[in-house]
Design a protein around this ligand. Sequence first.
Ligand SMILES: NC(=O)c1ccc[n+]([C@@H]2O[C@H](COP(=O)([O-])OP(=O)(O)OC[C@H]3O[C@@H](n4cnc5c(N)ncnc54)[C@H](O)[C@@H]3O)[C@@H](O)[C@H]2O)c1
Ligand SMILES: O=C(O)C(=O)C[C@@H](O)[C@H](O)[C@H](O)COP(=O)(O)O
Ligand SMILES: [Zn+2]
Length: 346
Amino acid sequence: METVLFSGQIANDLKKFLGHLDFSSLGIIMDDNTQKFCLPLIEEILPESAKTFSFPAGENQKNLETCVHIWEWMTREGFDRKTLIINLGGGVTGDMGGFCAATYKRGIKFINIPTTLLSQVDASVGGKLGIDFQGFKNHIGVFTQPEAVIIAVEFLKTLPQREFRSGFAEVLKHGLIRNADYFRSLKNENWQDQAWQEIIEKSVSIKKDVVEKDPKESGLRKILNFGHTIGHAFESFFLGTDKHLLHGEAIAIGMICEAFLSAKKCSLSKDEMEEIEKSLLSVFGHVEFSENDIPQIIQLCAQDKKNEANTLYFSLLRRIGECDYQIPVTAQEIHESIQHYRSLKL
Ligand SMILES: NC(=O)c1ccc[n+]([C@@H]2O[C@H](COP(=O)([O-])OP(=O)(O)OC[C@H]3O[C@@H](n4cnc5c(N)ncnc54)[C@H](O)[C@@H]3O)[C@@H](O)[C@H]2O)c1
Ligand SMILES: O=C(O)C(=O)C[C@@H](O)[C@H](O)[C@H](O)COP(=O)(O)O
Ligand SMILES: [Zn+2]
C-alpha cells in the first residue's frame, strides 16, 4: 500500500520527500485551477528542470482525449521509466494523471498531492485510476498504487464551498459504512464548521483500512461504493448539462436511494433510514428531475462495475456504521428508491 503523509507545510515536506526518491526527471500534472492556486505553494522547491502539464478543469475532461494529450506531452518531454509524476489536484487529476502514468511505458512512478477535500479523504488513496468513457463513470482504468500520497490542508483555503461540500459526501459515506460514532459526530446544519484535519485523518484511516484488506475490490472494498451505483448514474445523467452535479452531490442522492434499498433489502431500520435522509438533505438539499428521467438513470446503473451476469449488485447498509455487499437489486426496486427520493421534496 502507498504511504500517506500528512504535511503541516507542503513545500518543506515535499522537498524532504523528493530528496529521498531516485528519479530521472519530474513531471507535474494539474488542471488550470490547481496550476493557478496550488502550484505556487510548491513551485519554489521544484527542480528547474521539472516539466508541467495542465488541462481545463472539470469532470468532462476526464476522458481519453485528455489522456492522449498527456501521453503526447510525456513522449515530447522524453520521459523515461524513471520519471516521477506528481498529480497536483483533485480526484479528476489523480484518477487521470495516475492512469496515464500507470500505462505510459507500462508504468512509471507517481505521487498524489490531493488539493480538494474529496481527493484528500477518498480519491487519492487506494489506487483506483481511470477515466470516463462513452458517458460511463471510470469505465476504463487500472488499479495501481501511487508511491505516496501527501496531504496538506493548506490547499483547501482556496477551494470553493460547493467543492468542499462535495467532498463532505464521501466523509459521511465513511461514517455510514464503517463507524456510526464518526457519522454522528459530523455536523450537518453547520457542516462548514468542522475540525477538518481530524476528519481527513479519520476518513483516510477508514478508507486505507478497507483497501489494505481488499486492494482490488474482490469483496470487502465494495463497501466503499455505497451510494455509487445510483450516484454514478445521476452523475453521468447530468454530465455536460446545465444541471451538472459534482461527484459528491450525485453520491449524496445515491446514498439516500440506497439507504431506502438498505431498509427494504437489508436490515437498516426505518428510523436510521430517516436519520440518513435528514442528514444528507440538510447538507445537500434536494435535486429535482422528472419521473420520465428515471428509466434512463436505471439504464446507467447497468454499467456499474459490481454487476455480474446481468444482475445488479449493490452495497447496502445493515445499520449505520455497517455495510454489506453483493446484494442483488432489481430494476423495479431501483425505480422505487428513486421515486422515494423524489417524494422527499418538501
Ligand atoms: N479513485 C478513487 O478512489 C476516487 C474516489 C472518489 C472520487 N473519485 C473521482 O474523483 C473525481 C472528483 O474529484 P474532485 O471532487 O476532487 O474533483 P476535481 O478534481 O474536478 O476538483 C474539483 C474542482 O476544484 C478545483 N480545485 C482543486 N483544488 C483546488 C484548490 N485547492 N483551490 C481551488 N480550486 C481547486 C479543480 O480545478 C476543480 O475545478 C471524480 O471524477 C470521481 O469519480 C475517485
Ligand atoms: O475506492 C473505492 O473503491 C471507491 O469505490 C471509492 C469511491 O468513492 C470512488 O468514487 C470510486 O472511484 C468509485 O469507483 P468505481 O469502481 O465505482 O468506478
Ligand atoms: Zn466516490
